[in-house]
Design a protein. Structure first.
Lengths: 252, 369
């Protein structure tokens, strides 16, 4: 997996500094406070998980980082620079990529067109070709279905396509929103194996998941969100043995 | 192809002596342009505009006025083929520019409005345009704007300078040639990176934004492009030889917008060749219905039932055709597919080699026209 895009300036993070940092981030939908001041850090090369129930604010957090929702307070820093006032396009350009919730692929476009759109802001033919090679090496099923329309793929394949598309911009930071949602258990394991693979090549990952077990098994650290606030944070292995987590999210 | 159009310009009258059929052919070509342009908004961008006639009207009036004035400046007389190379481009460029400007203005609300709300805005625009022109009275005491608008002839339509009529410069060469060129342009747009981004936006706005497609820019631009296309189509119709030599507000009523939508939906929303097919099909269907009206049987019915409204009858037949078609093929004749589309598009040999197992070609054609 080739990372760093040739058309993008190299992203440099000082030692010990996070790649992504949220400081007391607040977001509201109308009058409802969806995020009540969230602070979290993702170090370069880490897989960090965000777990929590429906409506805890996990998706909201990712959308806010991506610039799809407006910040009501707080700061988001990427590689040391504030993202304030930056459009979604600028954030993609800077090296952040989102895999939206619920297999948000383009169903009437072919697999290839879906992937090419992922490289929309980096139209470098050679880099695009190489990245498609990388993506199809990671997900051979996609390579077999390049000319099929996205909507004709199975749920798991659509999720692979969504991840592949997000990788096309060769992001430094990959935001994954519920990659296991509605997917056959066998494919869930394949997808998480691929996520580990992606992280090994040097992409930093912030993962939102309802499947707590697999999220904690895959990630290094995790944050537990509860109604717009961070309730717990720590090492994933430790959290997996935390009695409270076990009771609430792991079914005993 | 342009050569064919050039030859047709001189020979069409001999080939097709029936002027009503000639008119139908050129009108069909114009309607192809109408359908292709509306397809950019309704098909590719997934917005819903029901005011396309407004843009056609702006194009029509602009080119009629500009053509009349240029013709006047050139000294009047009969429109000649060589002069059309001056008059037609100038007229149509003005049409395209003005329609594009209005496309931009109407496109702006599309950023905040969705679906039916946006549709109402576009309809409102088209109706305002039509009524402003239709209700303008010549009033020498009125302000500048009123006086200018009233020069357009109000309900009776624009009659050219000193009521001499609009010079009809656009012969078959221009009509067929432009329809062909714009068809190629529409095709290129659909399969360009731009068209792909637009289609992505239609399918999932958040996902499209997440890959870096700016929804704002794309939505407004799609409106501008569609308006420019409609402006050219309207402009062509206004100065078309064999056409209706009258530019009047009723040509741009809701019925015209509705016909345009029908062409796109019937041919296949999102499909370039489908929309073009829809344009031809609707033009000829409307004509066929008119022919049916002239049948003795129908005329006899009319003598028995004097209240029978033949226009309403036409709408009923038209509606039945549409209902049946939508029942059988809700996605339109072609859906989003294209005729003549190569199964495997090799764009600079970017094939990874892993996905070359071509699926069996569904349609027999495998060659691009």
């Amino acid at each position: 997996m080739r990372v760093a895009h040739p058309t993008r300036a190299k992203i440099e993070v000082e030692d010990g500094k996070p790649l992504l940092e949220l400081e007391v981030v607040k977001v509201s939908y109308g009058g409802i406070k969806a995020l009540k001041g969230i602070s979290l850090r993702v170090m370069p090369g880490e897989i960090v998980a965000m777990i929590g129930a429906n409506g805890a604010g996990k998706t909201t957090t990712l959308k806010t980082v991506m610039g799809l929702l407006r910040l009501a307070g707080g700061t988001i820093r990427f590689a040391g620079r504030s993202l304030e006032g930056q459009s979604t396009e600028a954030r993609v350009e800077a090296g952040i990529s989102l895999v939206p919730e619920g297999r948000a692929i383009f169903p009437n476009l072919t697999v290839r067109e879906n992937l090419e759109l992922g490289a929309y802001l980096h139209r470098d033919a050679k880099a695009m070709k190489e990245t498609i090679e990388d993506v199809t090496a990671l997900f051979p099923r996609l390579g077999e279905r390049m000319k099929q329309e996205g909507g004709t793929l199975s749920g798991g394949e659509q999720q692979m396509l969504a991840i592949g598309r997000a990788l096309m911009s060769r992001p430094a930071l990959l935001l994954l929103d519920e990659p296991s949602l509605g997917i056959a258990p066998k494919l869930v394991h394949q997808i998480f194996a691929a996520i580990t693979e992606i992280a090994k090549s040097g992409v930093t990952i912030l993962l939102v998941e309802q499947n707590t077990r697999i999220a904690l098994a895959t990630s290094k650290r995790a944050y537990v969100l509860r109604s717009g606030e961070i309730a717990l944070e720590g090492d994933s292995k430790e959290l997996a043995h935390d009695p409270e987590i076990k009771a609430a999210y792991l079914g005993g | 192809m342009l050569g064919v159009a050039l030859v047709l310009d001189f020979t069409l009258e001999d080939l097709v002596p029936d002027s009503s059929i000639r008119q139908l052919m050129t009108l069909a070509a114009c309607n192809v342009v109408v359908a292709l342009s509306l397809n950019v908004i309704n098909g590719m961008a997934g917005q819903f505009s029901i005011g396309h006639a407004g843009f056609m009207g702006i194009g029509g009036y602009t080119s009629a006025v500009v053509a009349s004035h240029v013709h006047h400046m050139l000294g009047g007389g009969e429109p000649t083929f060589s002069r059309s190379f001056v008059v037609v481009p100038i007229s149509l460029l003005c049409s395209a520019a003005l329609a594009g400007l209005f496309g931009f203005l109407v496109g702006l609300p599309s950023l905040r409005l969705r679906g039916d709300y946006l549709a109402i805005v576009t309809l409102g625009f088209a109706e305002i345009f039509r009524l402003v022109i239709a209700t303008a009275q010549s009033d020498e005491d009125g302000d500048v704007f009123t006086r200018l608008i009233s020069r357009l002839g109000g309900q009776n339509g624009y009659q050219g300078i000193d009521n001499q009529g609009v010079p009809l410069y656009a012969g078959p060469f221009w009509v067929f040639g432009l329809a062909f060129i714009l068809g190629v342009v529409a095709w290129r747009i659909k399969f360009s990176g731009w068209g792909r981004a637009l289609r992505a936006l239609r399918e999932d706005e958040i996902a499209a934004a997440a890959v870096g497609v700016d929804p704002t820019r794309y939505k407004v631009t799609s409106f501008v492009i569609a308006a420019v296309g409609a402006g050219i189509a309207g402009g062509l119709m206004a100065i078309m030889r064999d056409g209706t030599p009258l530019v009047n507000p009723d040509n741009y009523n809701f019925q015209a917008s509705f016909d345009a939508i029908t062409m796109v939906i019937l041919g296949g929303s999102g499909s370039v060749t489908g929309s073009a097919l829809g344009g031809v099909f609707i033009t000829f269907t409307i004509k066929a219905i008119e022919q049916v009206q002239a049948l003795d049987f129908i005329q006899e019915l009319r003598t028995q039932f004097p209240t029978l409204d033949l226009n309403a009858l036409r709408m009923i037949v038209y509606a039945i055709v549409l209902v049946l078609l939508m029942a059988w093929r809700p996605e339109g004749l072609l859906g989003e597919r294209e005729l003549f589309q190569r199964r495997k598009r090799n764009e600079g040999g970017d094939d990874t080699g892993t996905g070359t197992e071509a699926e069996p070609a569904a349609s027999g054609k495998a060659v691009k026209a």
